[in-house]
Design a protein around this ligand. Sequence first.
Ligand code: FCB
Length: 442
Amino acid sequence: MADRPAFPKDFLWGASTSAYQIEGGAGADGRAPGIWDSFCRLKGRVDNGDSGDVACDHYHRMPEDVDLMAALGLQAYRFSVSWPRVLPRGRGAPNGKGLDFYDRLIDRLLEKGIEPWLCLYHWDLPQALQDLGGWTVRDSAGWYADYAALCARRYGDRVKRWATFNEFSVFTLFGWAFGWGAPSIADRAAHLKAIHHVNLAHGAGVDTLRALVPGASIGAVHSVQPMRPATGRPEDVEAAALFDEHWNRAFPEPQLLAHYPPRIAQAIEPYVQAGDMARIARPVDWFGLNHYAPVYGQKDDSLIWGFGFGAPPPEMERTAIDWPFDPGCFRDTLLDLTRRYRLPIYVTENGYGTKADETPNAEGRVVDGDRLAYLQAYIAAMAEAKAQGADVRGYFVWSLLDNFEWGGGYGTRFGIVRVDFTTQARIPKESARWYAELIRGA
Ligand code: FCB
């Protein structure tokens, strides 16, 4: 059996998912379309023409999925609420049946002794709000705060761990600048407005949760993937510096240090009003870190900001989907974030994706040795970081289930539990068995 690095007794072990990636039930019980439903209908944008219409059918199989989490011994579960399920028009009249679903989920988690970690936004803006301009409209911060208030009033008696957003920089960059994700826009002004209004929404959300949820522990989930220039050429170094501001700094810095990083600060100024930085920088309780691998940036004039993705050095080890395998980078990121922001860190995502169809062997076991090795190395790196002073308090593996991996559709699998998308059968992979043992021994 693998090494079991030492973690304190109160270190929290969990798994993460998100609504659009697992729920399905796209038209069930009054849910309206979100921007990812629309994006999936665009030709050629998602591998194999997949969509989240059915996904893992978690909307109908939730009790069984919570039982699975309990069998694995998970101590915490991070899920997201689907805004278009609970507020089909994005604002106004709530959908009772949609709200009921999360009541049932939360109650079952608590019954099994699993702490619910509720994330309010994992990329699925209601299409009705996108039709009004979505995040480019300053009012979007108010729409979001009203949605947060609805969830806080409904679930705040039982849910104490709240995340305002998942990966601000990724959905704004991919959706509003690269055009590779919903709502598929590539426009500098729209992107800058989206950044600022999402930051304002975060601040308004923190205030709302603080006011309405007694004893709330509030954080935000950031994607931090250290940026390295793909070459030493000055134009690549400069492009990577701007890419770094966008990916790693455009949200944590205003939220936690009350300023934008320098290059963005200049560009975003026309959209910033007096008092905005104080509205954004509201005190939070923890830093949610999603980390997978370093990113190699370079100049790329085919994209609107002139930066894009370069190749990692050829000698670098890679995962099956070609992401760098660099546990040392994870350790350094944890240490660096502790120094920069001085907040307890929860690793809210980390995991291993593959395009291989990990089918059961003759004994019915799904042997995912590479994922297992990845998790072992990354968890060991986290232990090292902790020993060196990183204030890391918990770890959520991405993901509990194989699911709808955005542009990768169902062809890219991140689950520690295999899902057969024809029968919806779930089989814990070897990595899940190892993770369950790690938790038991922890
Ligand atoms: C993150 C997303 C998550 C999942 C993983 C692989 O960027 O937050 O939904 O797609 O990547």
